[in-house]
Design a protein. Sequence first.
Length: 164
Amino acid sequence: MRVGRVACPGSFDPVTNGHLDIIRRAALLHDEVIVVVGANLAKHGLFTVEERVSMLEEVTSDLPNVSVGTFRGLLVDFCRSNGVSAIVKGLRAVSDFEYEMEMAQMNYRLAQIETLFMTANPLYSFLRSSLVREIATYGGDITSLVPGPVEKRLRAKLAAPGQD
Ligand code: PNS
């Protein structure tokens, strides 16, 4: 089986440089990459699903074989109905492994959808969206952690919560 179209799923609240590194590397390896924002729990996050999608579109606009979408419900159902043959995920550290392995095995059991793991760039192995939100909330420097447009959107969102 060829792995032509893959999905990079996540919450992306917001997209970080670590996510972008995995998306870029996946785009070099596969014909088509769909970055998909999981909408199931999005209402508990900082950014709306639409805002997350719009940031992802902005920061991947130079990658012609990358598109951005959303899904609700099971990821494997999205994969089946969109001709996605494999899920690509980044692994930052051993601490990611157990959870990711469980999901990968369950997704295979549910729908025979494969999961391909890419090791995170060590520059970003400590990076996660929730830490970025926390650092930004308390005025820390996030310039090397997220793409420029995302930093701007975070600052604006935190300056006027509920207004953005
Ligand atoms: O950014 P995250 O938190 O690692 O993203 C997790 C996500 C959205 C990829 C995962 O929670 C997911 O796939 N949710 C959809 C529901 C689903 O398919 N659950 C069964 C997984 S075995």
